[in-house]
Ligand binder design. Structure first.
Ligand code: HSE
Length: 300
């Protein structure tokens, strides 16, 4: 790789964690490497790895759009940009590929300009682009994040998560567009479902803050989005059940899906995988499994 280019490595993320719709997320040790330099010529974009057949090489490219948002904010006129990305995060999978692209583009554009914007400024702009902070927060800062965006500011708290806990991503090798997965959600919800989710999301946050993972079985339950999204991801509740049967602490739809995430101890890891694999196999759904840990650093 060209040594003269600025480089940032951005982690994937899993959002919602069941009940924490649009506000809870965890960074994962699967990465997109993004490189950028001012070229003085036209925009050139090279993409390799995940999504290389589909990602735009023009002004619609998300890394470019995110970088441009920074240059515009700083009133800097662009005279050509060269971007390279080497992607490990599958596209439209629910593992935060768009958040990683946005964070990568913004961090590098800010760096090229001499870092005038703070990390929190970047997070506000990234949340504005994404509409919520549950993926961009962890991608930028690493760790477990409670991250809430009020339309202007992103308020977040980060907690480091040790390696004794595993995040097993079951990726069924198909794309579900976030817009579509948000489109199936209702306009209104029952008061009792809201109360249900407040309880689960609070307990889940406390479980990650204290390491009391045994509570996750109950704390990953959700009534705000998974129940509606199972129309797009029919295997959803079967996977959750199989993961729990296999000894997982908890399981949930990763972001807007279609990836399902199971959380397990080191001891139960292989058992959980075996149990969940059978669900996909019985339905002839192709499957890629990622054995992941929390990334505690974020974009670097
Ligand atoms: N919280 C978001 C959702 C994550 O579930 O729609 C995906 O962008």
């Amino acid at each position: 790789m060209d040594k003269s280019m600025m480089h940032v490595r951005v982690p994937a993320s899993t959002a919602n964690l069941g009940p924490g719709f649009d506000c809870l997320g965890i960074a994962l040790n699967l990465y997109n490497d993004i490189y950028m330099e001012l070229s003085g010529k036209e925009l050139t974009i090279e993409v390799s790895g995940e999504g290389q057949l589909f990602i735009e090489r023009n002004e619609e490219n998300l890394v470019y759009k995110a970088a441009k948002k920074i240059f515009d904010r700083l009133n800097i006129k662009l005279s050509g940009l060269k971007i390279k990305t080497v992607n490990e995060i599958p596209l439209g999978s629910g593992l935060g590929s768009s958040a990683a692209a946005i964070i990568g583009g913004m961090v590098l554009a800010n760096r090229i300009c001499g870092n005038p914007l703070s990390s929190d400024d970047i997070l506000d702009l990234a949340s504005e682009m994404e509409g919520h902070a549950d993926n961009v927060g962890p991608s930028l800062n690493g760790g477990f994040n409670v991250a809430t965006y009020d339309g202007v500011k992103t308020l977040y708290i980060k907690k480091r998560i040790d390696d004794d806990i595993n995040f097993i991503a079951f990726y069924p090798n198909r794309e579900v567009k976030t817009r579509r997965a948000r489109g199936v959600l209702p306009e209104r919800i029952d008061y009792k479902n809201a109360v249900f989710n407040v309880g689960r999301a609070s307990l889940l946050t406390a479980a990650f803050m204290t390491g009391d993972y045994a509570k996750l079985r109950y704390a990953t339950e959700d009534m705000l989005h998974q129940v509606y999204r199972k129309e797009l991801i029919p295997e959803l509740y079967f996977v959750i059940e199989a993961a729990l049967m296999g000894g997982a602490y908890g399981a949930f739809l990763s972001g807007a899906g279609p990836t399902m995430m199971a959380v397990s101890s080191n001891d139960m890891l292989d058992n959980v995988i075996k149990s969940v694999e059978a669900v996909y196999r019985d339905r002839n759904i192709p499957l890629k499994i990622y054995r992941l840990k929390c990334d505690n650093i974020g974009a670097k």
